[in-house]
Design a protein around this ligand. Structure first.
Ligand code: ADP
Ligand code: MG
Length: 241
């Protein structure tokens, strides 16, 4: 049973240029997919459409039983269910780690807020840093706080838009290993977008390769490695030979 269904979504910003063309993808609950494509291939646009932050020209996005509205339809207020984490996440510089994570919870009662915050600090292994300011943390820890903030509202899907680009390779590897474990524990459905094959493979065996707004291949990494269906897929994997 698919949880996220993207059905024949198309999008263009200008005539004759389709940023996404007839794009379809299905993800089951608790699955983690890595979506890889070069810069300009439509990755961010896709995530923004899934999150209901960008109008699509045609097609549908369905999460569980609910159709994601275009922003212009304005029928459903915000989508706490769907959390999008960008590469240039912004933490509040003068707020502590705990305050940053709990920020989306301000409208909830204090008991719930504290319980949820403590769960997240534990889950993210940030308990010892809860009173620190963002600038006192490493880049990887700051990104973990941003992801904690996204998780605070108990979303049912997390969309990660190249969130590790500003981190060095070692920090990136460590963070991905840690996040993978956290997502597994939460049985979170995740779509992780990147242009880096190593990052994609670290996060998930299930790869979706896109080029110019179209899926050119998807499946388990090993299958794609053995039988790439395009030059682009073959090239992506060539350095692993
Ligand atoms: P990626 O995230 O894979 O780098 P994007 O989804 O950001 O790709 O962009 C895909 C294409 O759509 C690019 O050619 C980009 O210039 C264009 N594009 C994205 N957003 C807009 C916008 N708001 N207005 C016009 N063109 C856009
Ligand atoms: Mg992008």
């Amino acid at each position: 049973m698919s949880f996220l269904k993207i059905q024949r979504v198309s999008k263009s910003f200008s005539a004759n240029v389709n940023v996404l063309e007839d794009f379809s993808l299905q993800i089951s609950k608790g699955e983690v997919f890595s979506l890889i494509g070069e810069s300009g291939s439509g990755k961010s646009t896709l995530l923004r459409i899934i999150a209901g932050k960008e109008n699509r020209d045609s097609g549908e996005v369905i999460l569980g039983e609910v159709r994601v509205q275009n922003p212009k339809e304005k029928l459903v207020p915000g989508y706490d269910e769907i959390q999008l984490v960008y590469q240039d996440y912004k933490l509040f510089p003068n707020s502590t780690v705990a305050e940053n994570i709990a920020r989306p919870l301000l409208e909830y009662d204090k008991d719930y807020r504290e319980t949820r915050l403590n769960q997240l600090l534990k889950l993210l292994n940030l308990e010892s840093m809860k009173d620190k300011l963002p600038r006192e943390l490493s880049g990887g820890q700051q990104q973990k706080v941003a992801i904690g903030r996204a998780l605070s509202l108990e979303p049912s899907i997390v969309l990660l838009d190249e969130p590790f680009s500003s981190l060095d390779t070692i920090q990136r590897r460590e963070l991905i290993v840690e996040l993978k474990e956290i997502f597994r524990e939460l049985e979170m459905t995740v779509l992780f977008v990147t242009h880096d094959l190593d990052d994609a493979l670290q996060m998930s065996d299930h790869l979706v390769i896109i080029q110019k707004g179209k899926i050119i291949q998807q499946g388990e990494a090993e299958g794609i490695f053995m039988k790439p269906k395009s030059m682009y897929a073959a090239k992506l994997f060539s350095h692993l030979n």
